[in-house]
Design a binder for this molecule. Sequence first.
Ligand code: FAD
Length: 414
Amino acid sequence: MHVLVLGGGVIGVTTAYELLKDGHEVTLVEREPDVALGTSFANAGMVAPGHAFAWASPRAPKVLLRSLWRNDQALLFRFHTDPAFWRWCIRFLGECTAERARINTQRKHRLCVYSQAVLGDVVADTGVAFDALPSGLLYFHRTAGTFERGVRNMKILRDLGQAQQILTRDEIATLDPALAPMKDKIAGGIYSSTDSSGDCAMFTRALAGVVRARGGRVLTGTTITRLESDGSQITGVQTSAGRLQADAYVLAAGIWSPKLLAGLDKWLPVYPVKGYSLTLPIGHNHLAPAIGAVDEDNLIAYARMGDRLRVTATADFAGYNASHKPSDFAVMLGKIQDVLPGGADYTNPGYWAGLRPMTPEGTPVMGKGRQRNLYFNTGHGHVGWTMSCGAARITRDLIAGRTPAIPLEGMTLQ
Ligand SMILES: Cc1cc2nc3c(=O)[nH]c(=O)nc-3n(C[C@H](O)[C@H](O)[C@H](O)COP(=O)(O)OP(=O)(O)OC[C@H]3O[C@@H](n4cnc5c(N)ncnc54)[C@H](O)[C@@H]3O)c2cc1C
């Protein structure tokens, strides 16, 4: 079967790889000059089933409301006129009960754990390098109160079998000496030894190279302008390079997926949530972190990627606007220097902002809708890198008519 994959982020490229492995003819279409130049470009790199919480929780409305008068919050709510935004918000608020948060977290965690195993298969099969750090991830707290709450919240993942160790500040300083200078500011932390980190864009580019080498077509610099349908199936795709046709299509266009689907199916509940990212050079004289971590009170995440330190923060409901200026990064630059005073060269930051393709539930949309040959693989939100390989294999199984290895409950348009 010939399959056209629409979008060349980590989701599209992993999907193309899985489909190729299953014996299909594959063409991937990406409008940027290379793959992984969208949201997959400079994320925090965490492969983190240990942090697979649903954002919609009983506390979320309060945090969002507070951000209306305090702009130093990690979650920033802004008013928009876009009806899709309000529709998304109403559905998000409906997910903010303890019961829905528990169900959504369980579903996210299940996919993340499966995906982590599939990532292992992909690396074993291809040997792709991506500055991986398989040394676990640390989630630390600064006050006794937030630490206690963090341990309580983490229990849901512990009950699902997630490896967790509760650590004191001294144990944290031993685990990662880079945190020793600030250990007195830490109340304690939770260490998830099976989590890891790595450069998502580096992985995506390398895997696209494997796809090409194995006979797949990767059409970069090609913009999809319209999906054509006869009402029951996609009949072709109009692009800047002409019309393309295939037997099946996979929609993997991240935040742009709803726009491409408009008019062909029901509303795809994927909306952008902006995040900011700094990339800082690490030299011989720096005390760089040995493992990635999240400063839970400041909601900043960091991970070492080879000779770079990646730092990310903020969830900003800024619509489709991914623009940024150096002053947007001042607060997070201050916070990371507080955590890792000598961790990297803070005078030379690379700035970036990306738009997470979030669903209100936090689970992605997979499976099919009204068009019988169009498969969705989109809406992976803040853990798309973690979920990518598993979601790609599930999509491959669905196209082959096989039952996926994990249940898809809550992860389809139905
Ligand atoms: C600040 C930040 C930190 C994050 N940290 C983590 C983390 O630590 N761990 C984790 O697991 N996840 C993390 N994420 C989430 C993760 O980055 C995303 O979920 C993931 O990259 C989404 O991948 P994607 O392929 O769906 O989207 P994208 O990477 O955006 O890919 C979609 C592609 O489709 C292309 N496209 C769109 N429209 C068209 C068109 N009309 N024609 C042709 N091509 C088109 C785009 O150009 C784009 O390349 C983070 C995200 C952000 C923003």
